[in-house]
Design a protein around this ligand. Structure first.
Ligand code: PMP
Length: 470
């Protein structure tokens, strides 16, 4: 791109664009990176520099950028129609995709409601749950149980069940009350056993893990024992709480939550917006524990990370509660202009084809091992005293930076911008990553080439090694 055009874009951006999750004053003092194109695992800036897309364009890219088969599917669809509504009409890509999703999804999910963002998929799930109880004669079941620290998106409902005092305080008057239960979070809950030298002590210490899991489940069970009759659903991010800092739940927690939901006759909403589509090494994280949610929220990787599309899947039982005579007004009165956009559905179908033709899930599991191997040096506490914890599930990994000698709950001073500084230093070495506070996140495209995965991981490890923490 011509240098004059780059300068013009920066000036215009600073003048007119309000960026998401971005402190704007500091942004305007910075020199933003302009991405001009993509190629496989890489993003290419306006100067022609290449960067590995280390967080897969906010956790959504699956097969890489400019993948021939997805590009072609979108072009072919473009030759038919770019957009037509799903309100009172239907179209081939949406129908085909719905059938494919129902076949792939865990359990007995047989109905697909489309929208266009993870947050809207969650919002719709909430309306399905509350509406289901309303239409089946238990309208008092209208509250949700959320897991502390959860993130479900930024619309009002999803914000309510992912309430965070730091982010959401100004909007407290907007959110609805939610019943929060403790997260089964081995690293932040207690200090590590004195004798441990392994940095990933938390998840690998079976007694500690079991105790944390039991504590979280007991709290949920106790709450349900008192309040099940006012609970519409338990809402959970299966296996990994992403935005909370890649909190990996102890094995078996999800299956036990599903069991509690069943025993207390409430619904289970699985928010797989981040974990869905292969990220954890199975098509859906719920598959690892053979869990059949009543409602499943999908987004991000649904289109391979190409176009905005989300889906909320529900059982026939739930959908049937919304059927009846017109005058009964059971209809789910919810929809968005771009619901089930045909271009996005075509991209999603092409992405699902690629999952099959490239055996992608198998490769994810192999690459996850490679990632673990290359993160391994961080376990050496004498070389990396500021690395408190390394967590990984499939191709999602978090490296938590803490002050040596402190525990996970207190070991971070937010005024020290370690995470942001380290990610910025990685950029100079050809890597784009974005932290969650003091957690360095690695979440590359699932199809990342082995050599790029190794470069990404080794570079992050070496940038952390060189960083002046003192
Ligand atoms: N749920 C989860 C678990 C997420 O991680 C996210 C986004 N990171 C969302 C919902 C919201 O998705 P979106 O940003 O597409 O609204």
């Amino acid at each position: 791109m011509h240098p004059a055009r780059i300068n013009e874009l920066v000036a215009l951006d600073h003048q007119h664009v309000w960026h998401p999750f971005t402190p704007m004053r500091q942004w305007r003092e910075s020199n933003p990176l302009i991405i001009e194109s993509g190629d496989g695992d890489c993003l290419i800036d306006a100067h022609g520099n290449r960067y590995i897309d280390g967080v897969s364009s906010i956790w959504c890219n699956v097969h890489g950028h400019r993948v021939r088969q997805i590009d072609q599917a979108i072009r072919d669809q473009l030759d038919r129609i770019a957009h037509t509504t799903m309100l009172g009409l239907t179209h081939e890509p949406a129908v085909d995709l719905a059938r494919r999703l129902c076949n792939l999804a865990p359990g007995h999910l047989n109905k697909v409601f489309y929208s266009d963002a993870g947050a809207t998929a969650v919002e719709i799930a909430f309306k399905m749950a509350v509406g289901y109880w309303h239409h089946t004669g238990q309208p008092q079941r209208n509250r949700f149980i959320g897991i502390r620290g959860a993130y479900h998106g930024d619309t009002t409902g999803s914000m309510s069940v992912g309430y965070d005092e730091t982010f959401h305080r100004p909007f407290k008057s907007m959110v609805f009350e939610t019943d929060f239960v403790p997260a089964p979070d081995p690293f932040h809950t207690h200090r590590p056993p004195e004798d441990t030298t392994d940095r990933r002590w938390a998840l690998e210490h079976p007694d500690h893990c079991a105790a944390i899991k039991d504590h979280a489940l007991q709290a949920l069970d106790q709450h349900l024992s008192k309040c099940a009759d006012r609970t519409a659903a338990i809402v959970v991010e299966p296996l990994v709480q992403g935005a909370a800092g890649l909190i990996v739940h102890p094995p078996g927690y999800l299956a036990d939550v599903a069991d509690l939901a069943r025993r207390h006759h409430t619904l289970l909403i699985a928010d797989e917006v981040a974990t869905g589509f292969g990220r954890t090494g199975a098509m859906f994280a719920a598959d690892h524990e053979h869990v059949a949610p009543d409602i499943l929220c999908l987004g991000k990787g649904l289109t391979g990370g190409y176009l905005p599309l989300a889906a909320t899947l529900a059982t026939d039982t739930i959908e049937q509660a919304f059927t009846g005579e017109i005058h009964e007004h059971r209809t789910l009165y919810h929809g968005h202009t771009y619901t089930g956009n045909p271009l996005a559905c075509a991209a999603a179908l092409a992405s699902l084809d690629l999952f099959e033709s490239t055996n992608l899930i198998e490769h994810v599991n192999r690459k996850a091992e490679l990632l673990a191997q290359h993160l391994n040096p961080l376990r050496d506490a004498s070389r990396f005293p500021y690395v408190g914890d390394v967590r990984q599930r499939g191709l999602m990994a978090g490296i938590e930076l803490t002050i040596p000698g402190t525990d996970g709950a207190t070991g971070f001073d937010p005024s020290r911008r370690w995470g942001a500084d380290i990610c910025r230093a990685c950029r100079d070495r050809g890597i784009i990553i974005r932290p969650l506070g003091n957690v360095i996140v690695l979440m590359p495209p699932l199809a990342i080439r082995d050599e790029n995965l190794i470069y990404l991981t080794d570079t992050v490890v070496s940038v952390i090694a060189d960083y002046p923490f003192e």
